[in-house]
Structures are given as C-alpha cells and as structure tokens.
Ligand binder design. Structure first.
Ligand SMILES: Nc1ncnc2c1ncn2[C@@H]1O[C@H](COP(=O)(O)OP(=O)(O)O)[C@@H](O)[C@H]1O
Ligand SMILES: CC(C)(COP(=O)(O)O)[C@@H](O)C(=O)NCCC(=O)O
Length: 321
C-alpha cells in the first residue's frame, strides 16, 4: 500500500482540502476495485469518461459514501434504541448532486449510481433528475418563464420537495414526472416510480437552494434538508461554456436529427449559426442562472469536486463533520 500524502487541514476552515493526488491515493484503501467486466458495464452507460478518472476520483468517493451509509444505519439503530422500538427498517440515504448546466452533473450522478450499486450493503440505488419537476412548457409560457428554464421559479419546488420527503419517509412507492430533452418538455402521463431504494440520488441545478419563506414569512423545510450527503460539481465558467457548446455540437450531429427533436431546426442551418444560438442560450439563460442561483449554493455542499479542463477533477473540498 502506498503512503497517503498528508491532507491539508486548515483549523479555521469548515472543509478538508485535498489535491487530486491526495484523494486518488485513497483508492488503495478502497475495497472492491473494479473488475474488467464492470469497466465494460460502465462504458455501456454511454458516458465518455476516462477510466483513470473513475478509478482515481469516483471509486474512492463510492467508498466514502459507503462509510457514510453505514454510519447512517448506525444512527438509525441509536434512534431505535432511544425510542425503545426494536429493529425498524431504515430509510433511504439521500444524496444531492448540484452544479451548472453542462458541468457534468448527470455523468457524475450516473457513475455514482453504478458504483454505489456494487456494494452489497446498498445494491438498490435510484437516480432522479429535477428536470422532471420543471413546469410544462405551456405553463412556463403562461407565466412568461420560457427563457428562464432552469431558474428556481421554473420548477414546481413544492412537488419536488414532497417527492423527496416521501421517499425519505420510507413510503413504499413514490412517483415523479418525467422530462424529455428530445421534446424539451414534460412527457404527458409518464411517471418514474421509486420503491424504497437503499440510496436515492437527486441530481439538478438547484438542489442546494434554501427553501423560500412561506407567505407568513416563516422558514420552510427545503429539499436539501432531506440530504444525507451532497456533491457540488464545480469548474471555471469559461470551461463550462466550452463543454456546453461541445455537447450542443455533438447533439446536433445525433439526437437533434430526430424529426421529433425540439432542436431539429439547428441541424438545417450551418454549424456556425447553430453555435451562435447555443452561445446565446448560454449567455442569456444558463450563465446568469449559474452566477445568480447555482454558484451561491456551493458552500452548502458536503463535497465540492473542482474540475480543470477536460473534466479532470483537480481539487476536492470535504466538509468536516
Ligand atoms: N467526467 C467526464 N469526462 C468527460 N466528459 C464528461 C465528463 N462529465 C461530463 N462530460 C461531458 O460534458 C458534457 C456535459 O455533461 P453532462 O453530464 O451532460 O452535464 P450536466 O448534467 O451537468 O448538464 C457532456 O458532453 C458530457 O459527455
Ligand atoms: C433542463 C435543464 C433546465 C436542467 O434541469 P435540471 O435537471 O438540472 O433540473 C437544462 O438542461 C435546460 O434545458 N436549460 C434551458 C436552457 C438550455 O436549453 O440550455
């Protein structure tokens, strides 16, 4: 086993800051290394993630989360003892994944889902994205919010919080609406059903937003109050813009070609023109949302993953308990 480089613990900071090398050295202490078969399965997820990145960053993270889930069941045992209730089933462990549009939240969440499900203590891992709780386009139009998609007010926040509260409370079956990037709208009648998972991952731009005060001015319980752990995926705004444009370029050659795609018209114009439109979307919707609403929630996360160019995680900040 390699010696683990010492971590930087600043007594006055609420975080332990680790460089990539310090973090990746922890992988040697991670049981359950990936088998060749599992590497193939991860590739099958369709995300083009460098294998070194999986092994160095996400595998140690799955171990850390496995330890937290174990500690969480221990706490549940303590509560049962206090209440004199005997053994009661635990409730799902809830993880929030936050960050800008195009920073790689979905990729991180899918990787975590696949890696966490390998642990025998918590094989059932469900993933829900908050886009299912966006108001349907017809309602966004009605409220004049069509160019505010992704801003906090474009969601049914009460339904989202209710959904996570119900899962956390251990309800046997809870369902969420489904959003389609193809039609750029909520799919009428479609629901995603969650049945008492061991772990629920909730991924979305605004998952760390504090709750709005109620009409009477009283503080409400917010989504993040149900999280047992949260990850904020962070990067330079200029890098994220490039990833947004890169994804748009790739989608223009693939998914946008579908006759049902909302963005099909951008396959009918020259690439430069299509990218001008993507740049406009970035500068008028996604960047202001990042700066005004998403980035200010970063310090609420348990773990901040800071990426450099090419999506390589370079630094990690882990909240001290
Ligand atoms: N770890 C990674 N390594 C390489 N490419 C990545 C990684 N994470 C995300 N990407 C790419 O960056 C773009 C945005 O990622 P995505 O997960 O769709 O972001 P988000 O869900 O935050 O909008 C996609 O083109 C995706 O393939
Ligand atoms: C659907 C999104 C709001 C992301 O939603 P999330 O799952 O993070 O709640 C975003 O991907 C989006 O479509 N934004 C609107 C501007 C754009 O099309 O880029």
């Amino acid at each position: 086993m390699r010696p683990v480089p010492t971590t930087t613990i600043t007594p006055t900071s609420p975080y332990v800051d680790l460089t990539r090398d310090q973090w990746s050295a922890l992988r040697d202490r991670t049981p359950l290394p990936l088998t060749a078969e599992e590497v193939e399965r991860l590739r099958g997820l369709g995300d083009v993630v460098d294998l070194d990145e999986v092994v160095d960053v996400y595998l140690p993270l799955s171990r850390l989360l496995n330890l937290y889930v174990g500690a969480h069941s221990g706490l549940r045992g303590a509560l049962n003892t206090f209440l004199g209730e005997g053994a009661q089933p635990g409730t799902p462990f809830v993880i929030g994944v936050a960050g800008s549009v195009a920073v790689g939240k979905s990729t991180t969440a899918r990787l975590l889902q696949a890696l966490l499900a390998r642990w025998p203590e918590h094989p059932r891992v469900e993933l829900v994205t908050t886009d299912g709780f966006l108001l349907p386009n017809a309602e966004l139009h009605r409220r004049g919010l069509m160019s505010r998609k992704g801003f906090p007010e474009s969601y049914d926040r009460r339904a989202l919080t209710r959904f996570v509260a119900d899962v956390k409370a251990g309800k046997p079956e809870v369902s969420a609406p489904v959003y389609s990037h193809l039609i750029y709208d909520i799919v009428p009648g479609e629901r995603l059903v969650v049945r008492r998972p061991d772990i629920l991952i909730v991924e979305g731009l605004n998952v760390l937003q504090p709750a709005l005060p109620g009409k009477d001015g009283r503080t409400r319980i917010g989504l993040a109050d149900y999280f047992d752990f949260s990850v904020y995926v962070d990067a330079r705004t200029e890098d994220i813009e490039q990833w947004y444009l890169g994804r748009f370029r790739k989608l223009r050659q693939t998914a946008f070609q579908d006759p049902d795609s909302y963005f099909r018209r951008y396959t009918q114009v020259p690439e430069d023109e299509a990218l001008d439109y993507a740049r406009l979307m970035w500068r008028t919707i996604n960047r202001p949302n990042l700066q005004q609403n998403v980035e200010p929630t970063r310090s609420r996360a348990t773990l901040v993953l800071r990426k450099g160019p090419q999506h390589k995680v370079q630094r990690l900040s882990l909240r001290k308990l």
